[in-house]
Design a protein around this ligand. Structure first.
Ligand code: SF4
Length: 330
């Protein structure tokens, strides 16, 4: 085999990118590929700062799903976790959907296995099933209405008062919604590792040291954290609150990636990430979200892999519950 042919073979397999990575300017290459392939890069607020900075759009789960549904791009590059890329594919099946790392999962989605959930739903046949977007396509197919933390209250309130409800998979968000809406709901016992890791003692100590700070929290956090929060909201809600509040300092109880966007949009505010129970651990950072890097983003755009495929029958069942959410959220 000639040397040039050997190099081409290696390049096809992506090996040269690995060996010569120092020579690659990932930002330039991603920008070139975005143009060449008519791609749109969607990034979640919990992504690494450099990924947020190169994305076409940065948002929470609801805004990203809306963008994915309406995009005219040929390829959706989803810088987030697997269920988000899967949701994009369900909504826009004719597009190629790629994500930087197939192993970017979600502890909350994993806490709701489809076969167990199906059995649970069958035991309560007269219930409407509302599921948080952090679920697999199989769970969405067993769901009547999907929701995100931005629209969950509105979705629950849209359901007739005498209609019993199952809420899955996040027990903390479910308990918060029961309190907010006054609706009794059957809750699935799932949770997110990141939002369960916050230490109330350490947050209160921080507050004693910073009495001028406001504690703000995502509703996936445990009830005792929510009790001490001045404001509770989705990632987009928290961002908006920091921007518009007259306070100057905030202790933020959600995944720490949001602090990048907050600081960019509220340059005069002081932001402190809420500490977690374990010492010397980055538990307030989602390890799944942080699997994505600029290099992996570049590689997935170049090779259009890994891509998300969903069997059509499953997609048709799952899309109904997402479309109901999008209709109610208009
Ligand atoms: S922060 Fe929690 S809910 Fe969000 S992707 Fe990571 S594990 Fe899932």
């Amino acid at each position: 085999m000639k040397l040039t042919q050997a190099i081409e073979n290696l390049e096809d397999k992506g090996f040269l990118d690995i060996h010569f990575e120092k020579e690659i300017n990932y930002i330039d290459e991603i920008n070139k590929l975005r143009k060449e392939k008519n791609a749109v890069i969607l990034a979640h607020y919990y992504q690494r700062p450099e990924i947020q900075d190169i994305a076409d759009f940065v948002g929470d789960s609801l805004a990203l799903a809306q963008k994915a549904a309406e995009t005219q791009a040929d390829m959706i590059v989803f810088a987030g976790v697997h269920f988000m890329a899967e949701t994009a594919k369900i909504l826009n099946p004719s597009k190629k959907v790629v994500l930087p790392d197939l192993k970017a999962g979600c502890s909350l989605a994993d806490s709701c296995p489809p076969s167990d959930f199906e059995e649970f739903v069958k035991k309560h046949p007269n219930h409407v099933v509302v599921s948080y977007v952090n679920t697999s396509a199989e769970i969405k197919a067993l769901t009547d209405i999907v929701c995100t933390s931005s629209n969950a209250e509105k979705i629950i309130n849209s359901i007739p008062k005498d209609q019993p409800i199952i809420f899955a998979p996040d027990r903390n968000l479910g308990a918060y919604l029961i309190e907010k809406t006054g609706r009794e709901m059957l809750l699935w016992d799932g949770s997110c590792l990141v939002h369960e890791a916050f230490s109330i003692d350490k947050i209160l100590n921080l507050y004693i040291e910073n009495p001028d700070a406001e504690i703000i929290a995502h509703p996936e956090s445990q009830a005792h954290i929510l009790k001490i929060a001045k404001y509770i909201g989705s990632t987009a809600g928290l961002l908006n609150y920091v921007k518009t509040s007259t306070s100057k300092k905030f202790i933020v109880a959600t995944e720490a990636g949001i602090l990048h966007k907050m600081q960019k949009e509220a340059t005069d505010k002081i932001l402190i990430a809420a500490p977690s129970k374990e010492d010397n651990c980055n538990c307030s950072e989602c390890a799944f979200m942080k699997l994505n890097t600029l290099k992996k983003l570049y590689l997935c755009m170049k090779y259009e892999l890994p891509d998300v495929e969903i069997e059509e029958e499953l997609r048709k069942k799952a899309v109904k519950s997402i479309n109901r959410m999008l209709e109610i959220s208009k």
